[in-house]
Design a protein around this ligand. Structure first.
Ligand code: ADP
Ligand code: ZN
Ligand code: ZN
Length: 820
């Protein structure tokens, strides 16, 4: 018998092992096993079990044997194995790293193994020989390899130990974490079933021990079982009372597994009840189509295209209810839990203890407990972020990806997967329904809908009385000419803010800080305060008087004078959230103003408390980066201002127009969500840009047409697949030479294949140097997924054989979002 095992390490492929006789009956696909890997021992997952015919028995002889099987139960089921293999394949990422996401940390590690002498071993060694010394050292004291190495300093003991293990003289012991052992236990009290106690008996005991009788009666009365600790507290009795009752045989104590519920933020706990909504006609149609497909247990993807406030969430909730009624589990993906408290709250209020939550704020313990609940079907809905797409569902029927166009679904480290695309694949593997929802669908999804690969469902209108806000465009060039200075807040925006404040309505101001925080500059020679590790300028943070690098987190006190020419003072260029805050305080001294950006939300609760206060209308003006643009539903917001809409439009990324369009549409959608009509003011230097024009008219269709035309002309996604390669080294020449070498190799294999792929580059990275490493990049573009994937693999292999040092690294990004 041979098993293929995946180890949770960056190893490209699985490893094969033979299975010793005594373990053969226990091994199956999906269980954890302990296996030897080179000189160490690792935990892995069995992904295949094969029987080898007798003629081929030699094959098994050459394989190492598995050491042990850890659990009776399957940890990773067949569907998940398929998914992880797909991830590894499609994203050209080591198999071990794909499985790493699917298994909680607790179950991936093995306590360090210790060596002991096998008492049944009979070998004898010459006194004083190395093997003999090792055995003596281990005779009464099991030790880790590290301890042994220390003891035998300078001697080559590793080989010797392996040999001793092989012949059975030494054994390995380790304390692996068993699944059920890791679950916390609690004592419960319950009545003994088969035991009836007569009235007389009770009366007799009533006198002798009233406490005991009181306890017994309370259990009898409730007819239920109780956690011991609860009972003690509620009845104010001691443990000895309970123990005497147990001795008498009236009650019994049983151990139960407890899975805790992560504490939810107070904000989320303020539940609203929206059960009795009557659906609009469009919602009705969407719900019906989705429900029908759910009932057929068929794979299908829907694109729910609905403007902000059109009632998409209500459609999701109904779909989840249908899935639940049919006995299916559902997964609800959101871009970020912290920024979607309202969605979480609505889910909890409707489905209560049926909900599990997965996000990065959980402790390993909490994450493990949620994982178990999902795996054992104790919950039917999971709300979570990106990585929740790997949750261990047993019976998954529905996956929802809310705000499917969001950036955060793309993981920017290996495996560089996109949760939306993984969601569609997982739905396909599970014959489940997938709903992608957005007010501004990604071009990828929209094109799939046009091709009828996805079914399009539309919610074109806001529910309730809300209508879409009026959008005013302010030409900053004209404004600047008028006032002959840098304009941060145009006069129109200032007037509108004043007007809203007077009416006690609320204002949100978006500043897309990216690349535009204040830069420190020498006014006489142009010297810029820049990062010593990266090819980029440092940003001034006023609250602590430092300058910081947003790429490597380098930080230093602000310089006082120019390092080139000694001029002082240095001046600040650009606009950051902190500066806006100052300005607003000057203009509107009576208003209550708050700022929300990553500096603030670095402390978790600050972010929530700001949003909470804003919801309670204790804040008049909320300033923030893109994080205020998402998902919030604040009825009293009637003005949204965008201070610098253009940032991002000029970034060297073919997706930048799409990103800016989505951001502007989203933030505009925060305004006027109820009866009072909303307004939006967008300040821009490019009022004629098609992104600005289409946002002004809320015209997604027009934007898509423009954008698709551009993408088609350039051969960019979604018309072609793109795979981006990033090469990094401390030595710039080394990185550049490798980039050229790989590009030559790629062009060569393309011409041989006569395929429809092309190579872009090489070029130096967008930021030339990050954390002291120089970056070079190139990309493959092509129609046929298979071909382009194969060539990318060849390039990867070629790199592995050609790389001159370990400091030279290659990063492969399939369907990239960030430009390297
Ligand atoms: P979206 O997710 O598309 O932004 P929501 O589902 O959050 O929209 O709906 C916006 C608001 O309208 C919510 O407060 C929701 O409870 C309410 N709502 C949704 N559907 C209806 C309906 N059919 N009738 C009345 N109110 C609705
Ligand atoms: Zn200078
Ligand atoms: Zn830096």
């Amino acid at each position: 018998m041979i098993v293929d095992v995946v180890i949770f390490l960056p190893i490209e492929n699985f490893l094969s092992y033979s299975v010793p006789e005594h373990l053969q009956s226990k091994v199956s696909v999906g269980v954890r096993v302990v296996v030897p890997v080179r000189n160490s021992i690792e935990v892995g997952i069995v992904i295949d079990v094969r029987n080898v015919s007798e003629q081929k028995e030699d094959v098994t002889k050459e394989l190492k044997e598995i050491i042990d099987i850890l659990d009776k139960e399957i940890i990773v089921n067949g569907e998940m194995i398929k998914l992880c293999r797909w991830i590894s394949d499609y994203y050209i990422s080591p198999l071990g790293l794909a499985f790493q996401i699917a298994v909680p940390k607790f179950l991936r590690t093995l306590g360090k193994p210790k060596y002991i002498v096998n008492s049944e071993a009979k070998s004898e060694y010459l006194p004083g020989s190395l093997p003999q010394q090792i055995m003596e050292a281990l005779e009464n004291q099991p030790s880790e390899l590290k301890e042994l190495k220390k003891k035998f300093k300078g001697q080559e003991i590793e080989k010797e130990i392996l040999a001793l293990v092989k012949e059975g003289t030494l054994k390995l012991i380790f304390e692996p974490i068993k699944l059920r052992e890791k679950i916390k236990k609690e004592l419960w009290v319950r009545l003994k079933k088969d035991k009836t106690i007569s009235q007389e008996e009770i009366l007799v005991w009533q006198k002798k021990s009233p406490q005991q009788v009181k306890t017994y009666l309370s259990l009898l009365h409730k007819g239920e079982e109780y956690p011991l600790s609860d009972l003690l507290k509620k009845q104010q009795i001691t443990k000895s009372t309970v123990l005497s009752l147990q001795k008498k045989g009236w009650i019994e104590l049983v151990e139960k597994e407890v899975l805790r519920t992560p504490r939810l933020y107070q904000y989320i706990e303020s539940l609203e009840n929206t059960q009795d909504i009557t659906l609009t006609d469009e919602q009705e149609i969407a719900v019906k189509d989705i429900s029908n497909t759910l009932c057929q247990h068929q794979f299908k993807t829907f694109l729910l295209f609905g403007v902000t406030g059109s009632g998409k969430t209500e459609v999701y909730l109904r779909a989840i209810q249908t899935a639940m009624d049919r006995g299916y589990q559902s997964l609800f993906l959101v871009p970020e839990i912290a920024l979607t408290p309202q969605t979480v709250s609505r889910l909890y209020s409707r489905f209560k203890e049926q909900v599990a939550i997965l996000h990065s704020g959980l402790s390993d313990r909490e994450r493990f407990d949620e994982w178990i609940k999902i795996k054992e079907g104790r919950v039917s809905v999971v709300i979570g972020v990106r990585s929740a797409i790997f949750a261990p569902f047993q019976n998954l029927g529905l996956i929802i990806v809310d705000e499917e166009h969001e950036h955060t679904y793309k993981q920017e480290e290996t495996p560089r997967y996109h949760a939306r695309d993984v969601a569609v694949m997982r739905a396909q593997i599970n014959s489940a329904v997938c709903i992608l929802g957005s007010a501004t669908p990604s071009l990828e999804s929209y094109v799939h809908a046009l091709d009828s690969k996805y079914q399009l469902l539309k919610l074109p209108q806001r529910v309730a009385s809300g209508s879409l806000p009026t959008i005013h465009i302010v030409d900053l060039k004209l404004e600047t000419e008028k006032s002959s200075a840098d304009v941060i807040l145009s006069s129109i925006l200032r007037e509108k803010i004043q007007e809203k404040l007077k009416r006690h309505e609320q204002v949100m101001l978006l500043i897309n800080r990216r690349g535009f925080a204040p830069v420190m500059l020498c006014p006489s020679c142009g010297w810029i305060v820049s990062c010593p590790n990266c090819h980029t300028s440092l940003n001034y943070h006023r609250n602590d008087g430092t300058v910081r690098c947003h790429y490597c987190n380098y930080k230093q006190q602000r310089p006082i004078q120019c390092e080139e020419c000694g001029t002082t003072p240095l001046i600040l260029l650009g606009v950051g959230t902190q500066r806006i805050e100052d300005l607003l305080i000057q203009y509107f001294p009576e208003a209550s103003i708050s700022r929300m950006d990553t500096d603030v939300t670095a402390s978790k609760n600050r972010g929530y408390s700001i949003l909470k206060k804003f919801g309670e209308q204790k804040i008049d003006i909320l300033i923030g980066t893109q994080m205020i643009a998402k998902g919030h539903d604040y009825p009293n917001v009637t003005l949204v201002g965008v201070l610098n809409a253009d940032i991002g439009l000029t970034l060297p990324n073919f997706r930048s127009s799409e990103f800016v369009f989505q951001l502007l549409m989203q933030v505009a959608g925060r305004s006027g969500r109820r009866e009072i009509p909303g307004e939006v003011v967008i300040q821009t230097f490019m009022p004629g840009h098609y992104v600005i024009k289409t946002v002004q008219n809320h015209d997604y269709q027009m934007f898509i047409e423009y954008e698709l035309r551009n993408r088609r002309a350039m051969g960019y996604p979604p018309y072609n697949r793109m795979i981006q390669f990033g090469i990094e080294s401390e030595d710039e020449k080394e990185a550049r030479d490798m980039a050229y070498l790989l590009v030559r190799y790629a062009r060569n294999s393309l011409s041989q294949n006569r395929s429809e792929c092309s190579v872009l580059g090489p070029a130096s990275g967008v930021i030339r140097r990050v954390q002291n490493k120089y970056r070079w990049q190139f990309a493959l573009l092509g129609k046929a997924t298979k071909t382009i994937n194969r060539i990318a693999r060849d390039i990867n292999n070629h790199f592995q054989t050609k790389k001159t040092s370990n400091k030279l690294t290659l990063q492969i990004d399939v369907d990239p979002y960030e430009i390297y």
